[in-house]
Design a protein around this ligand. Structure first.
Ligand code: GLV
Ligand code: MG
Length: 347
């Protein structure tokens, strides 16, 4: 293991100093754009106002013969737009692919200063993060990039799930982890053909009764174990957990249920692959106005964050003050992005 005092040293001469805290940013949805399609690139200026993070996808779903076009398209869309508070990310190809080295070197060389986060697919262990960490430091130094580019890992192999706690603390560049249910299902040889969501045959059957009545069956959550393991690894490391893709664009109810499970469990956001999923993500991952109103009361009752107070018969102290601050800060970020939702917070 690396010596603690070396952990936050730049990995190349002239690379920016690694961050000790993640930047405070609203990341309710990471919206995927296929950058080789010009018609979709043209929608980016509208999307910047609409979503929290725009991600140019270079990996799966981009055909092998369009990999270079996608990379060039991403560089073009990064150059052509100002993103303001909206994040700019890319998902590069996997480390064992023939495209990844050019993905990283060309993108950091051309638009490294604008790029917030690189999403790395199929991460198996901390060694994958160490490789990209070192390469990014070399490229940041070479191209005089002033702020460190962060790394977001996709958890989508059985080995990755096994190593998720080590992945989460592999580098100060670690931004967060997303669940990748489609590749994970394949890696585990699960008997499914879906991108996220439940399965009608994964269920628990109620006990038989002496009268032989029909036995209700309850569908279970296929992703519960992995999501919980991922959330613990991220929370312990001080980085952000995300749900990933939901592939059935016609089933918005199931999509919302899947996003909400992840939100309740501790995830801060999700991927959106289709425009119809954006309002669902906003609904699920924006704080509840009732909670925000209560948080405001806590801050007013305990102005300097110490001591105790009672509100509506509930005890408040330093710990609830901290929770209230998290909610208020998140609500302020949401209000700055979405005045319509923000109006409901009355901040
Ligand atoms: C995402 O990349 C997934 O495999 O689910
Ligand atoms: Mg995948």
């Amino acid at each position: 293991m690396k010596l603690p005092r070396n952990f936050f040293k730049p990995l190349a001469l002239g690379a920016p100093t690694p961050l000790r805290e993640l930047p405070i940013r609203l990341e309710r949805m990471i919206h995927f754009v296929p950058p080789h399609i010009e018609k979709l690139r043209a929608k980016v200026p509208e999307l910047i106002a609409e979503v929290d993070v725009i991600l140019g996808n270079l990996e799966d779903a981009i055909p092998a013969n369009a990999k270079q076009e996608a990379r060039a398209g991403f560089i073009a869309l990064a150059k052509a737009n100002e993103f303001g508070a909206t994040g700019l990310w890319t998902r590069i190809n996997a480390l064992n692919s023939p495209w990844v080295l050019d993905d990283v070197t060309e993108i950091v060389g051309a638009v490294g200063e604008k790029l917030d986060v690189i999403m790395l697919p199929k991460v198996e262990g901390p060694w994958d993060i160490h490789y990209l960490d070192q390469l990014l430091a070399q490229l940041e130094a070479k191209h005089s990039v002033k702020k460190p580019i962060l790394i977001h890992a996709i958890l989508e192999t059985a080995e990755g799930v096994d190593n998720v706690a080590d992945i989460a603390v592999a580098s100060p560049r670690m931004h967060g982890v997303s669940l990748g249910p489609a590749d994970l299902a394949a890696s585990r040889a699960m008997k499914t053909t879906r991108v996220g969501g439940g399965h009608p045959q994964y269920r628990v059957l109620a006990d038989a009764t002496p009268g032989g009545e029909p036995r209700p069956a309850f569908q279970q959550d296929l992703w519960h174990y992995t999501l919980a393991k991922m959330v613990d690894a991220c929370a312990a490391a001080g980085i952000k957990p995300f749900y990933g893709p939901f592939g059935d664009f016609n089933d918005q109810e199931a999509c919302e249920a899947q996003f909400r499970n992840a939100f309740i469990m501790g995830c801060v956001g999700t991927w959106t692959l289709h425009p119809t999923q954006v309002p669902i993500a906003k609904r699920v991952f924006s704080p509840d106005p009732v909670e925000v109103a209560f948080a405001k009361k806590i801050i007013e009752a305990v102005p300097d964050g110490t001591g105790a107070a009672m509100i509506d018969g509930k005890m408040q102290d330093d710990a609830t003050w901290k929770q209230a601050k998290v909610l208020i800060n998140l609500a302020r970020l949401v209000a700055a992005k979405d005045p319509q939702i923000g109006a409901r917070y009355g901040l």
